[in-house]
Design a protein around this ligand. Structure first.
Ligand code: MN
Length: 205
């Protein structure tokens, strides 16, 4: 069994940038449905899930039987990606990254502002439903990737440490068609301590 995270804040904690209703429905309906569907799909497949975290399962797609592989990518990605998304949001956090993470950002992108603009551009330009991810390789190098649907970067050997969900359910109630405004505002509610912990390997999704 794989589980959705316990939401680390109240539904209204991300106001005014993401409204209470959106957080509640996104977490209790969308994420919950992915969790239910994933576990249903994996019933009888304990041979491939035993002892594996969800991240490990999604990192080795070749080991998943073809008959359920697409389903696991969709439903498992739905759980993993949302667990990451809800974990790296929050309020009253420090304004930006520091330490090793900041150094890696400067090395990879030149500056923190440049990271934000490149990641925003990826999120805004993702056609249809998907995500923008900031992910690290095993040497600590950082990469920005945009993905379709519930795909992520684990199967490329890149561990996501930050994401922007740009499915319409993440912003439509408040922002309607204005995805760019949602993406611009999300930088106000990133939990940089959590992103640093994920980068440093002190926290895991
Ligand atoms: Mn979502």
């Amino acid at each position: 069994m794989y589980h959705m995270i316990k939401l680390p804040y109240d539904y209204d904690a991300l106001e005014p940038y993401i409204d209470r209703k959106t957080v509640r429905i996104h977490y209790t309906k969308h994420l919950k449905t992915y969790e239910t569907n994933l576990n249903k799909l994996l019933e009888g497949h304990e041979d491939i899930t035993k002892g594996k975290t969800l991240a490990e399962l999604l990192s080795n797609l070749d080991e998943i039987p073809e008959s359920i592989r697409t389903g696991v990518i969709n439903q498992g990605g739905g759980v993993y990606n949302h667990n990451l998304y809800f974990s790296i949001l929050g309020k009253k956090h420090k304004k930006g990254p520091t330490g090793d993470l900041l150094n890696a950002i400067i090395k990879g992108f030149g500056s923190f502002d440049r990271l934000k603009s490149e990641m925003s551009e990826g999120a805004i330009s993702q056609f249809g439903s998907g995500y923008a991810f900031l992910s690290k390789d095993d040497k600590g190098n950082l990469f920005i990737k945009k993905t379709l649907n519930q795909n992520n970067t684990l199967h490329e050997g890149l561990t996501p440490i930050l994401t922007i969900d740009v499915w319409e359910h993440a912003y439509y109630l408040k922002y309607k068609n204005l995805r760019g405004d949602y993406v611009k505002n999300i930088w106000n509610i990133i939990n940089w301590k959590m992103v640093e912990d994920l980068y440093e390997g002190c926290a895991f999704i």
